[in-house]
Design a protein around this ligand. Structure first.
Ligand SMILES: [Fe+2]
Ligand SMILES: [Fe+2]
Length: 184
């Protein structure tokens, strides 16, 4: 099997996320919550693995990459905050839909920034072997990140008050990624 390139792998993931957001305008109000949770789960795994494998390489090994890495990380944080806010809302409401559209616009703009500003630099400054290793690492990390909110969270008022399931799923995706790094 031909080795994958991290840029192709990430672009495939972005296209999957674009396709999910593409369902928003035709999804009935009572099913928007399910679409939202599916997107949260996909994004949490994508961003956690991307932060560990990709933005870290951009920061450390691409000339001038620190500024780009900081900018895309800030966009990821803002999207995460918007998702945490949406989690508290009635998913059938008009306000939820307005925020869902904003989330779509923000996340797709973010993916566009990575594709236009970050990925070409990875191709320019990292060789094919490194990019194949990154693709394998990304795949492995994505497979290990949790896909659902922690089952204990809804029953534990203290945990719920501190951080809702959305904050939790992003944190756990990052924890899973860190554990893989510290054990390898
Ligand atoms: Fe990202
Ligand atoms: Fe991405």
């Amino acid at each position: 099997m031909a080795e994958q390139d991290i840029v192709d792998r990430l672009t495939d993931d972005h296209n999957g996320i674009r396709a999910l957001f593409g369902q928003l305008d035709t999804t009935p109000a009572d099913q928007r919550g399910d679409l939202f949770r599916h997107i949260v789960s996909e994004l949490a795994r994508h961003e956690a693995a991307e932060e560990a494998v990709v933005h870290s390489a951009t920061r450390d090994d691409v000339p001038g990459g620190e500024q780009i890495a900081n900018a895309v990380l800030e966009e990821e944080n803002q999207a995460e905050q918007l998702m945490a806010e949406m989690e508290q809302m009635d998913s059938t409401s008009e306000d939820f839909l307005i925020r869902f559209r904003r989330l779509r616009d923000d996340v797709l703009a973010h993916a566009g920034h990575e594709e236009a500003e970050e990925f070409p630099l990875l191709r320019e400054h990292l060789d094919a072997d490194r990019r194949a290793q990154m693709a394998a690492g990304f795949e492995r990390l994505k497979g290990m990140a949790p896909t659902h909110p922690h089952p204990r969270t809804p029953q534990d008022p203290k945990v719920r008050a501190a951080a809702g399931p959305i904050a939790g799923i992003f944190d756990r995706a990052r924890d899973a990624v860190r554990k893989v790094f510290s054990s390898s």
